[in-house]
Design a protein around this ligand. Structure first.
Ligand SMILES: [Zn+2]
Ligand SMILES: [Zn+2]
Length: 334
């Protein structure tokens, strides 16, 4: 099968036409990829910000696909089922984190497109216990960004669930979905983009933000909580300075540039800074049901699989409105 592979960090992905499909373990599914979202994490892998344990690897962890073959022990899935594959590829099931409902922090967790080949390919293999049924009402390309960007934003919003006014810093794939979840909860959203990004600010307003401005601007009111989606450490003290007493600032990305030192008065008054790491299966299942109910509308730009480097470049330079999604040429024939 054809795949886009990362052979060396800081070099473009390469096309591999004859990549072998890995042999199925007892719990594995072989999946025909119909669409795969391009996540900010993929950019960090390609750029070398995130260490990939073993190269080459096929990136991609927002996979929408159809089951083509089943491992010997699979009971939950049938050939022909449509499903989603997300970032969490497998966990140990026995460590303290796995046993306390925090499998996202598993000591031996493995991740799709980082530890095991992902969805920048015509075919992907995934453990069926870590795959999700998708609401039939959501088409393939629209569903892809829900699987990481959407679900991570959902987990992050949980930690600022009390507030009325939520700040979202960085208005890309994750924030354009998170704004819809926050609005559904009756919260008001202030969106922060790169300074001067008028198009991004207009997009945020169209998606439901009640105010949008550059990250160097002060919001019209103090925030009750904030989520940082942009990989920029300086945004942590900026967000704290715009947050009420007792408010929480959540960093939702897997990579952040260094956080500069800041005066303690910004953290004083019981303000909280925390990160959100990975996802549990319960998060994803809960979120996908909510996405159908709201219903979430994703804004996407599709690229053929072979143009993965172009999609990554446009995401890196902030030229994608919403989410980029790769569609293998073979998807239409599935
Ligand atoms: Zn574990
Ligand atoms: Zn992701």
């Amino acid at each position: 099968m054809r795949a886009m592979i990362l052979r060396h960090p800081r070099a473009p992905l390469e096309v591999e036409s004859g990549r072998a499909v890995r042999a199925l373990g007892p719990d594995d599914l072989s999946i025909r990829v119909l669409a795969c979202g391009v996540c900010r994490t993929d950019v960090h892998e390609v750029d070398g910000d995130l260490i990939v344990p073993k190269l080459p690897i096929v990136p991609g962890h927002e996979i929408v696909g159809r089951v083509e073959a089943l491992g010997a022990a699979v009971e939950r899935w049938r050939v022909g089922d449509r499903l989603g594959v997300s970032w969490l590829a497998s966990t140990c099931g026995v460590c303290d984190f796995c046993r306390s409902g925090r499998e996202n922090l598993c000591d031996r967790g493995r991740f799709t497109g980082l530890d095991v080949d992902g969805g920048y390919a015509e075919v992907a293999v995934a453990d069926g216990r870590f795959c999700f049924p998708l609401p039939p009402s959501i088409p393939d390309v629209a569903a892809a960004p829900l699987l990481c960007a959407g679900a991570i934003g959902y987990r992050a919003l949980r930690f600022v669930s009390e507030g009325q006014r939520i700040g979202l810093y960085g208005f890309g794939a994750a924030a354009h979905i998170a704004v819809q979840v926050a609005r559904h909860r009756g919260q008001e959203v202030f969106a922060f983009t790169r300074p001067g990004d008028r198009a991004g600010q207009e997009f945020a307003l169209r998606m439901g933000a009640s105010w949008a401005g550059g990250s160097d601007a002060a919001p019209p009111d103090l925030l009750d909580g904030a989520v940082i989606f942009a990989p920029v450490g300086e945004l942590i003290p900026k967000a704290l300075a715009s947050t009420v007493k007792g408010g929480t600032v959540v960093a939702a990305g897997i990579h952040l540039s260094d956080v500069p030192s800041f005066p303690y008065r910004l953290l004083w008054d019981e303000r909280v800074v925390r990160s959100v790491a990975n996802l549990t299966r319960a998060d994803a299942a809960e979120y996908l049901a909510l996405a159908e109910q709201i219903p979430i509308r994703t804004t996407t730009t599709s690229f053929p699989l072979r143009e993965a480097n172009e999609a990554l470049a446009r995401l890196r330079s902030g030229q994608i409105e919403g989410a980029a999604v790769l569609v293998p040429e073979s998807a239409g024939r599935a």
